[in-house]
Every structure is written in C-alpha cells, then in structure tokens.
Write a protein that binds this ligand. Structure first.
Ligand SMILES: C[S@@+](CC[C@H](N)C(=O)[O-])C[C@H]1O[C@@H](n2cnc3c(N)ncnc32)[C@H](O)[C@@H]1O
Length: 209
C-alpha cells in the first residue's frame, strides 16, 4: 500500500461500505487463500463500481479473477443488460470464483474463462466498454496490445498495481510495471490518469474528444 495506513483507513471509513455479499467474499478470501492481499479491497472496489455506474458498459472484461471480489464489485453496479467475462489462469482459483459467482445474484451474467489470458484474449469476439486489468504484471504491455482491438470506441481500461514498483521487493516486477507506465505515457493514441489509490490505478482511454 502506498498510502499511509491512517489515510487508507479514513478513506475506507468515508467510502460506501461493501455489500454483505462482498464482505462475505472478502472474509472467506482472507481466511482461506494464501495471498488474500491480491484482492482489490473496499476502496478500489467502490471505485470500480463508481466507474461502472458512470460508463454504463454493455460488456465488461476482467483479466485476473482471483476469488471474484472485483468482478462482483463491478457486477453490483452494472446495468441490467450488462455481463462480465473474467479471465483466470489458475483452475483451482477459477473454481473458487465460480462458486462465489454461483452464490450471488449474478451467476448467469459473469462468465469465467479459464487459461492464460494471452491465449484467451484473441479468442474473444466481442467489444467491451470497460476492461479491468489485474493479472501478472510482466504481461501488461502484451495485455494492452491484445485488449485494444476489443475495446469499444469510447471504452476505458482500468489497470491495477500501476505503482506496484513503489512497494514490491521484486525488481523484475517493478521494472515491468514501470515499462508499462512509460509505454502508455508515450503513446499519442491514448490518454491516461494514474490515481494514487491503493497500489496505483491507471484509467486509460483512446485520445480524442
Ligand atoms: C491480483 S489477482 C486478481 C485479483 C482480483 N481482481 C480481485 O480483486 O479479487 C491476479 C489473478 O490473476 C491470475 N493470473 C495470473 N497470471 C494470469 C494469466 N496469465 N492469465 C490469467 N490470469 C492470470 C492469478 O491467478 C490471480 O488470481
């Protein structure tokens, strides 16, 4: 976390709280998973929900499902006709996410696609108005390249862990995230804002009005 714990707590206390469903998934994730910190948490979840309410996407794509907290946070705010496709490489984790989705009101509107995202992405034949990228950092530039052809004209890509290099002990991961940020900042066809929320969240869209 890049924000001081006291400030993070204050932000959490003054952000709409997670629903009972999200609170349940978060508690189960914390008590059963090896790395529960991979889950986005309440403030970023509320940010995603707010973005979904603003953008009102027809389709949402997520790369990096984990136990499903972020997908459910978006699902709770999505319009009635909207659905989510979420990509997860790990079969065991995908099973846990599927169970969490099955126990939610969004079972038939969230599809988990199992397998490495770079293999799944070229198989997708639809447009997404909102993409949440939250998987293995070294592939971020490749994900961007694979996602842009799937992104609606006025679509948005939300990228998690954009400031991960400020907290990770892994120099390779730090370098990969920095290379991604520099790549995005250097592209004239994209505009972006890097928010200092949690481990950093960048929101990207195509440039132009
Ligand atoms: C940071 S977690 C996602 C957290 C989730 N968005 C949430 O807030 O609950 C990253 C997830 O991406 C998955 N992952 C890692 N490499 C992947 C890949 N190449 N393709 C798809 N998923 C991958 C991991 O197994 C892990 O579950």
């Amino acid at each position: 976390m890049i924000v001081r714990p006291k400030i993070e707590l204050y932000a959490e206390e003054h952000t709409s709280p997670p629903s009972p469903l999200l609170a349940r998934v978060a508690a189960a994730t914390r008590s059963t998973m090896d790395r529960p910190e991979m889950m986005i948490g309440p403030v970023e979840g509320a940010l995603l929900a707010m973005l979904v309410a603003m953008v009102r996407p027809r389709r949402i794509l997520e790369i990096g499902t984990f136990t499903g907290y972020s997908a459910l946070a978006m699902a709770e705010a999505m319009p009635a006709e909207c659905g989510i496709v979420t990509l997860e490489a790990d079969a065991r984790i995908a099973g846990i996410a599927r169970d969490n989705f099955a126990a939610s009101p969004y079972a038939d509107r969230i599809e988990v696609r199992e397998g490495p995202a770079l293999k799944t992405l070229p198989e997708l034949d639809e447009r997404f108005e909102l993409v949440f990228l939250d998987a293995d950092r070294p592939s971020y530039i490749s994900y961007l390249d694979a996602v842009l052809p799937l992104l609606g004209e006025r679509g948005f890509i939300v990228v998690d862990n954009a400031l991960q290099f400020a907290i990770t002990p892994d120099p390779e991961e730090a370098a990969a995230v920095h290379a991604f940020n520099a790549h995005v900042a250097g592209r004239a066809d994209l505009v972006q804002v890097l928010l200092t929320i949690r481990a950093g969240v960048t929101v990207i869209r195509r440039s132009g009005p």
